[in-house]
Design a binder for this molecule. Structure first.
Ligand SMILES: [Zn+2]
Length: 229
């Protein structure tokens, strides 16, 4: 009753298509979730993510396990949603995607980690954006899996700027030395979380630093993977 009244007084629109949300829908409408075209089954997205890492960085950099929700084409409704998560302050969407990722991880029955580490933003970028979208995704994962988020095992040392348009070698150069160990030691089995993966350079660099500060196994989870067009 109160929910129904709230809906009439403050109608919410879908962040991806701007259509009015129906009662029971939150941030993204059902039609958009269908339109996002998730990878089929709990394993396919992770396999796609591993393929990207293998193609760009070889076998040695493969994560222990990997999960991903959506292929990302850089336009369309998923693009609108990711844009509003990153740049328009719609951070609860990060929690929502994180919970979906958490369900995917739980369904795979391969929860081989005891801490969730979001890819950090540089402190200046954090001031500019006011929140770290990867941290919001990590919080959603944590909620579903009951595994803690560790925010200070990793710091971003350099302001790397946008990676858009860079080749994988250039991206790797751009993020190498971008991260350093934080004030917390790395937990032994870590899940590194980011929003969108393109070549995997960011995750590979983050994993390298975590291994250097105590991680024995590193897995990756991302909301989406940029598909070659
Ligand atoms: Zn929609």
């Amino acid at each position: 009753m109160i929910e129904g009244l709230r809906h009439i007084l403050f109608p919410e629109v879908c962040v991806a298509c701007r259509a009015l949300l129906n009662s029971g829908e939150h941030l993204v409408c059902r039609s958009c979730f269908t339109e996002f075209a998730p990878y089929p089954g709990p394993a396919a997205g992770g396999e796609a993510l591993k393929r990207v890492i293998q193609d760009h960085f070889g076998q040695a950099e493969l994560p222990a396990e990997a999960w991903c929700l959506y292929p990302y084409r850089g336009s369309g409704r998923l693009h609108e949603a990711m844009h509003s998560l990153k740049y328009e302050g719609i951070f609860p969407l990060g929690n929502l995607f994180g919970r979906k990722l958490g369900e995917l991880v739980a369904a795979s029955r391969r929860v081989g980690f005891d801490a969730i580490v979001p890819v950090p933003l540089h402190r200046l970028k954090l001031v500019e954006r006011t929140y770290n979208q990867s941290e919001k995704i990590a919080e959603g994962l944590s909620e579903v899996l009951g595994i803690p988020v560790v925010k200070h095992a990793l710091v971003r040392m350099r302001y790397t700027g946008s990676q858009t348009g860079l080749s994988s070698t250039a991206r790797r150069k751009n993020v190498q030395a971008a991260f350093g160990p934080g004030r917390q030691p790395s937990p032994a089995r870590v899940l590194v979380v980011d929003d969108v993966v393109t070549t995997g350079a960011t995750m590979v660099a983050a994993a390298g630093v975590l291994r250097g500060s105590g991680a024995l196994s590193v897995s990756f989870a991302a909301v989406a993977i940029t598909e070659k067009t």
